[in-house]
Each structure stands twice: as structure tokens, then as C-alpha cells.
Ligand binder design. Structure first.
Ligand SMILES: Cc1cc2nc3c(=O)[nH]c(=O)nc-3n(C[C@H](O)[C@H](O)[C@H](O)COP(=O)(O)OP(=O)(O)OC[C@H]3O[C@@H](n4cnc5c(N)ncnc54)[C@H](O)[C@@H]3O)c2cc1C
Length: 552
């Protein structure tokens, strides 16, 4: 069996590379280890950080590569990959343009989504980040079943995705006629879709991104093979020339692209590179370090330099009705809303709850009393208004969550503290102090609500501080949060063309890596929304550009 390009992994990076290579007229074989395409990408928010993209101007926020460069200089530690980072900045906009021209990917600018350190020089308040245009999954025909679905907890009625822009309508449907009409229209459309499909076909966020890429593969006639796990890279005179899979050699005339999604579920690499406190992962279970292992066996170097070796998120854990174990990432839905508070095992606050999910977990890992777990607390007003993690707001009942032990509720803070095995006096004092500050709208301890990103996560209708409200309406509620990753950031050392480097810093001929298999150009920092998918798509583009010009 022979192809021009063999791609390992069917997430954003792998599918983008395969679709672009096919558009160049190359014969591509994409191997995916699991039974579905999409990887973590399919369950992600689908945000794509693309500095200097041509679409930002359409929402009145024209961006420049130079501003993004200044911003990264202040938020990302220097590493050994300056050339790769420069290539990302220089080519992100071109990659988006090429993907829209040559594949079915379509993007729209997100008008309001600040970078995570919005007060640093060069930060953008929106426009720099793009999101996929919604996609009709029915376009995939019988292949729709082969697209990995979103997490059940991010869908309503067992299969309905909600676009970011529609969240506000669901929250306000009882208060606004316009919102009620919008919600009714969306539910009606979903009902009609369910007559013919096992889930809603209006795909948004990461599922739209993965769905559009999958459709691009089908349109371009890419030979994709599910349930295929490459066991070895084939080499010839120092050049990677194919893969060994299922007792068969597949030769790759131009090269092999590794896009197997990093090492979130590889116990050995986790033990080597991640702190002990980070025991869980919100990433796809298929991401078990295969690309890194295969490349290292072929002489590749691993780059673990930088601030952290993973992108962090706090998660909560529960068992679904069908008995499966669920991990809910608390990225943007609850921590920053007014009326919640995070405390450690000593009943003390240890972090500004409205910081990015990455910074929140960093603070957990720094605090001896929060490393194992911390608690997110709220009062009943908060729970009814915003929900908590996977628990939807009113009119849904929290009772099943209380019965399962996920949500711990109590008539007052003393009883809640006892249930959480926290000293009651400490918790009461923490909440009393927080409440005083919340009423004044100033968080003297941590400055919550102090910048545009934090306020973006808050409730714009809540005054004076959209991130602060006292916890005073019983019963009081709590869930446990754990440190987890949503992807790994340490990975294979690569150059500006996504070519994998050996121990001496020389490119290994015929071997490329993109997505979380390559060491992140963010060097373990998380400066803004979409900083994993933006580089994943850009380096898929650069890898294909490089191997198309290589001789076959
Ligand atoms: C809840 C959540 C929200 C997120 N939101 C965002 C966001 O909005 N923006 C952003 O930038 N990032 C986001 N992320 C992170 C982002 O989703 C990932 O970093 C990104 O999807 C990784 O893309 P990838 O192509 O490298 O890997 P994946 O999308 O995980 O794809 C890797 C694929 O490779 C397959 N594979 C593994 N081993 C093999 C093998 N040996 N052979 C063949 N195939 C193999 C896997 O099964 C998988 O299908 C989010 C993550 C989570 C968990």
C-alpha cells in the first residue's frame, strides 16, 4: 500500500492536514485509532486564535500580527521554539484563508472574547479569535454516525447543541419575548431533526469544526481508516517513509504527519511531565501519547520546556445514568458568575475564581490545601439563575444531582462545612468577608472582576461588579473541583515547517507533527481563547506546504 502522505489522527490537526494535502492533489491516507473521527476537537469550544486574521475588521476590531507578537512576548515564556512561534504568527491568517478556500471550513469572527490577560500590551478584546460557522451534520449522510459527538452535558434534550450566541436566549427565555421566540424556533428545528437522526444536526463549536473537516475529507476523497493504530514508523536511510499498521506497511512517498493529540491519557508521560495533583483529563481518551512515542523511537526530541506541560482546566466528576464516568470542564460557565466562590480544604479562598481555567488550576496546584480538590460553592439564587457545572438552571431540578452525591446542599454554611469536612468557623468567616466585599462590588482579596476577561465571564446584567454577588440565599450548595488538563502542551520539538527535530535539532526527513503532538508554541502558557486550535490548523497548513514542495 502506498500514498503520498500518511496522517495519523483524525482531530483538527490531522483532518486539516489531510484535507489540505488532498487539495494539493496528493494521495492521502488518514489513520484514526478509534471508531470515530473528531478527537478532543469534536468536544471542544472550537475557538481558533488567529492573529491578524482578515475577519476581525468585520466586527470593528482589526487585528495586527505585530500587536499579537507584543502580547505573546508578555504572556508566553521564551523557549527553544522561537522560530515556530514566529511562523505561527506570520502564517495563521494565511492558514485560515487557505482552509476556507480549499476545504469546507468556514469561520466567523467572535466580536467579544477577550484575551486572557487583557491588560497586557497588544491584547485583543475580540476579533482575534474565530469560531466555526454552524454546520448541518446531515450533510455527512450516513457518515454522521462516524463523527464523535459533543459531551452529553453540553447538549440539551439528549442531543441539541447550543451556539454561544444562543446561550443568553436560553437563560432569558422566561424574561424576554424575543428570547422565548428564539428558543421555541431552535427547539422546533431540533424536534424535526430528531425525526431522522439520533442527535440534532445543527452543529456548532468544536463539533462544527470537526464536522466541516470530516466533510472536507469526504469531498476530497481522502482514504480514511478508522480503528487503525500505527505501531511503528518505517525509516530508510534516516528518512521516515511510512508506517506499520495491523501487520501491513503503508509507504508514504512525501511524509508522515503525526497528529494523535498529545499524551493526556498516557500514564508514563503524565508521571514524567505533569504534577501529581493533576490526576484527570478532559481530553479524548484516544490521546495516549502514540505520536510522541513513535517519533521518539525514530530519534525525535521531546520538548518539555516552558511554564507547564499541559493546558489546565478544573473539572468535576460524576457518573452518568448509563454508568459511564463523566468529567465536566469548568472553563467558562460558572466560576466567574456572581455568587460563586472557590475554597480549599481549609475553607479559605486561594484564587480569583474568574481568572482563566489555566490560571485557576495553576493556583490549585500551588496551594497545598487545594491540590487534591477544592470546592465551588454557591447559594440557591445562583444555582437557579446560572446552574452549576452540568446542573442546568431553573426550571430544571437539582434533585437528581443531590441524590447522586455530586451536589452537596445544606440549609446553612455550618452544615455545609461539616458535609465538606471543612472547619465551619473558617468557611463562615470566608463567606462573610467575601459577602461584604461583594455587596460593595470590590474583591479586596483577589480583585475578581478586575479586567475585561473576567467581566466577560460574569453576568453583564449584574451590578456593580458582574463577577461578584453575596452568597446569602439558602440552601447553600457545593461541588468538588479537581485539577485536570484539556490537552498537553509539551510535545515533539519541531521547526517552523512542523518538521520533527532530532536530538541535535536537525529535521528528521519525512516526519511532521502538528496539534498537541508538537510542543506548543505557547510554551505552557494559555494566553487566549483558541490558542491550541489556532496553531493546530496553522501547522497543519505549514506541514502540507512543506511536504508538497518535497520531492516524492
Ligand atoms: C472541553 C474542551 C474545550 C476546548 N475548547 C477549546 C477551544 O475552544 N479552542 C482551542 O483552541 N482548544 C480547545 N480545547 C483544546 C483542544 O480541543 C485540543 O487541544 C485540540 O482539539 C487538539 O487537537 P488535535 O488534533 O491535536 O487532537 P485531537 O482532536 O484530540 O485528535 C487526535 C486524534 O488522534 C487519534 N489518535 C490517537 N492515537 C492515534 C494513533 N496511534 N493512530 C491514529 N490515530 C490516533 C485520537 O483518537 C484522536 O481522534 C478544548 C478542550 C476541551 C477538553
Amino acid at each position: 500500500m502506498e500514498a503520498d502522505v500518511v496522517v495519523l489522527g483524525g482531530g483538527a490537526a490531522g483532518m486539516a492536514a489531510a484535507a489540505l494535502a488532498a487539495a494539493e492533489g496528493l494521495r492521502v491516507i488518514l489513520l484514526e485509532k478509534t471508531a470515530q473521527l473528531g478527537g478532543t476537537t469534536a468536544t471542544s469550544g472550537g475557538m481558533v486564535w488567529a492573529p491578524g486574521n482578515a475577519k476581525a475588521a468585520a466586527v470593528g476590531l482589526p487585528d495586527s500580527v505585530e500587536a499579537a507578537r507584543r502580547y505573546l512576548a508578555q504572556t508566553v515564556p521564551a523557549g527553544q521554539n522561537a522560530a515556530a512561534r514566529a511562523a505561527f504568527l506570520a502564517h495563521a491568517a494565511a492558514a485560515i484563508e487557505a482552509l476556507e478556500r480549499r476545504t469546507a471550513l468556514r469561520f466567523m469572527p467572535v466580536a467579544s472574547y477577550p484575551d486572557y490577560y487583557p491588560d497586557r500590551e497588544g491584547a485583543a478584546l475580540g476579533g482575534r479569535v474565530l469560531e466555526p460557522v454552524p454546520f448541518d451534520g446531515a450533510t455527512l449522510g450516513r457518515h454522521f454516525a462516524l463523527l464523535r459527538p459533543p459531551l452529553p452535558e453540553f447538549m440539551l434534550f439528549g442531543g441539541m447543541m447550543i451556539a454561544r450566541a444562543d446561550l443568553v436566549h436560553f437563560r432569558n427565555f422566561a424574561r424576554s419575548f424575543r428570547s422565548a421566540a428564539r428558543v421555541a424556533r431552535l427547539i422546533g428545528a431540533y424536534g424535526r431533526q430528531r425525526l431522522a437522526h439520533p442527535r440534532g444536526t445543527t452543529l456548532v463549536l468544536g463539533n462544527a469544526l470537526a464536522g466541516r473537516l470530516f466533510y472536507s475529507l469526504l469531498r476530497a476523497g481522502v482514504d480514511f481508516r478508522l480503528n487503525h493504530t500505527a505501531e511503528l514508523l518505517l525509516t530508510e536511510e534516516g528518512r521516515v517513509c511510512g508506517v506499520w499498521v495491523g501487520g501491513e506497511a503503508i509507504r508514504a512517498r512525501r511524509g508522515v504527519i503525526l497528529a494523535t493529540g498529545g499524551f493526556s491519557h498516557d500514564p508514563a508521560l503524565r508521571a514524567e511531565l505533569l504534577p501529581k495533583g493533576a490526576r484527570f483529563s478532559a481530553a479524548h481518551s484516544g490521546n495516549s501519547g502514540d505520536g510522541i512515542r513513535l517519533a521518539r523511537a525514530a530519534g525525535a526530541a521531546l520538548d518539555a520546556s516552558g511554564a507547564d506541560c499541559a493546558f489546565w482546566t478544573p473539572v468535576s466528576r460524576f457518573t452518568r445514568r448509563d454508568g459511564s464516568e463523566a468529567i465536566f470542564p469548568h472553563t467558562v460557565t460558572d466560576r466567574g458568575k456572581p455568587g460563586s466562590i472557590a475554597v480549599n480544604a481549609a475553607g479559605r479562598r486561594f484564587v480569583n475564581e474568574a481568572l482563566s481555567y489555566h490560571e485557576f488550576v495553576r493556583a490549585m496546584l500551588r496551594d497545598a490545601a487545594a491540590q487534591e480538590a477544592c470546592f465551588l460553592l454557591c447559594d440557591n439564587r445562583f444555582l437557579r439563575r446560572y446552574g452549576l457545572g452540568p446542573i442546568p438552571p431553573f426550571p430544571f431540578s437539582p434533585k437528581p444531582w443531590q441524590r447522586s452525591g455530586y451536589l452537596i446542599s445544606a440549609p446553612d454554611l455550618t452544615v455545609l462545612a461539616r458535609a465538606l469536612k471543612i472547619e465551619a468557623a473558617a468557611l463562615e468567616e470566608t463567606v462573610a468577608r467575601f459577602n461584604d466585599d461583594a455587596r460593595a462590588g470590590i474583591d479586596r482579596a483577589f480583585g475578581r472582576g478586575g479586567d475585561a476577561y473576567q467581566r466577560y465571564l460574569g453576568d453583564p446584567l449584574h451590578r456593580p461588579n458582574p463577577c461578584l454577588a453575596p452568597l446569602e440565599t439558602p440552601p447553600f450548595h457545593a461541588i468538588a473541583l479537581y485539577a485536570a488538563d484539556l490537552g498537553t502542551s509539551a510535545g515533539l520539538a519541531t521547526d517552523q515547517d512542523a518538521r520533527v527535530l532530532d536530538q541535535g535539532g536537525r529535521p528528521i526527513s519525512g516526519l511532521y507533527a502538528c496539534g498537541n503532538d508538537m510542543h506548543s508554541v505557547m510554551n505552557g502558557a494559555y494566553p487566549g481563547p483558541g490558542i491550541t486550535l489556532g496553531p493546530a490548523l496553522t501547522f497543519a497548513y505549514l506541514a502540507v506546504r512543506s511536504l508538497s514542495s518535497a520531492s516524492g
